[in-house]
Ligand binder design. Structure first.
Ligand SMILES: C[S@@+](CC[C@H](N)C(=O)[O-])C[C@H]1O[C@@H](n2cnc3c(N)ncnc32)[C@H](O)[C@@H]1O
Length: 274
């Protein structure tokens, strides 16, 4: 534990346009499917690490006229999220710049707290969960979903994509995160004393030409333009030439008629005791 609450992570993905663009395609229907049946109009909901806010907007629709607050560390991403919400006329939604370790809200101020693909990037996930539970009312819902990169499977095999996966893990751990966070969620909730956690799992699967090209090209671009590639080089896990070869391999793989990529995402849903 650090004496001062950590405000900033070394966020493996970074906020390069290619990354934020990809995150901005996510929907509440897919990313919060495990939570949606429990949402009711009028609930006050917090979306922690909301990023570009496409999921947050979907959640705001579900709980309207209840208020939704999205928080994130990235000022730039939040500014774009605010513009998008205003352009779409969403009025029960606001975005605040804040860290999950120090949420600027009173105890018990939300009915629901949600975090999608965030815990995998946190140095102190237990401290983050404690802070989220603090701002939830007793009986309120906490909903967390994270990928488990340890389940990533793809075909046809390519030695450069294998190298990428190995490098990605090393960089991610060096940044203080946990790329296999999905499998740890139940233990995390149990350790926080949140009983009765419901665990479910679902997959992301890319297996049409449109899907594999979108996924493969996006990872190629992210490798070349975001910290995903540059930090790996900085840490000495790859050379720039290696990163370029990985990006080229992703583009070629994406266009192979047999291409498929899949991995598991684990979701945890529980009620705050009390
Ligand atoms: C992978 S993105 C997920 C964004 C969104 N939830 C989604 O699924 O599209 C992770 C987000 O968590 C944010 N983040 C990382 N560490 C954070 C922290 N300590 N407090 C708040 N947000 C954080 C990042 O800025 C980033 O926008």
């Amino acid at each position: 534990m650090t004496a001062e609450p950590l405000k900033h992570e070394t966020y493996t993905h970074g906020h390069a346009p290619a990354t934020v663009r990809q995150h901005g395609k996510r929907t509440a229907e897919e990313a919060a499917a495990f939570l949606l049946p429990t949402l009711r109009p009028g609930m006050r909901l917090l979306d922690v690490g909301c990023g570009p806010g496409s999921i947050t907007r979907g959640l705001a629709e579900r709980v309207a006229p209840g208020d939704v607050v999205g928080v994130d560390l990235s000022r730039e991403t939040l500014a774009a999220a605010r513009e998008e919400a205003a352009a779409r006329g969403v009025t029960n939604l606001r975005y605040d710049e804040a860290s999950v370790y120090q949420l600027p809200y009173a105890d018990g101020s939300f009915d629901v707290a949600y975090a999608h693909q965030v815990f995998q990037h946190l140095r102190e996930p237990a401290a983050a969960l404690r802070e989220i539970l603090r701002v939830l009312r007793p009986g309120g819902l906490v909903a967390v979903r994270d990928v488990d990169w340890g389940t990533a499977t793809y075909w046809p095999a390519d030695p450069w994509i294998d190298r990428f996966i190995e490098m990605h893990f090393k960089t991610w751990y060096r940044n203080g995160g946990e790329p296999r966070m999905g499998r740890h969620l139940r233990a995390l909730f149990n350790a926080a004393g949140v009983g009765g956690v419901e665990i479910s799992a679902s997959t992301w699967c890319y297996a049409t030409p449109e899907e594999t090209i979108e996924w493969g090209d996006s990872y190629a671009e992210r490798l070349l333009t975001s910290p995903m590639g540059s930090r790996a080089v900085e840490y000495g896990f790859a050379t720039r030439a290696d990163v370029e070869a990985m990006a080229a391999a992703f583009r070629a793989w994406a266009r192979h008629p047999d291409a498929i990529w899949a991995f598991v995402h684990v979701a945890a849903l529980a009620r705050k005791p009390g």
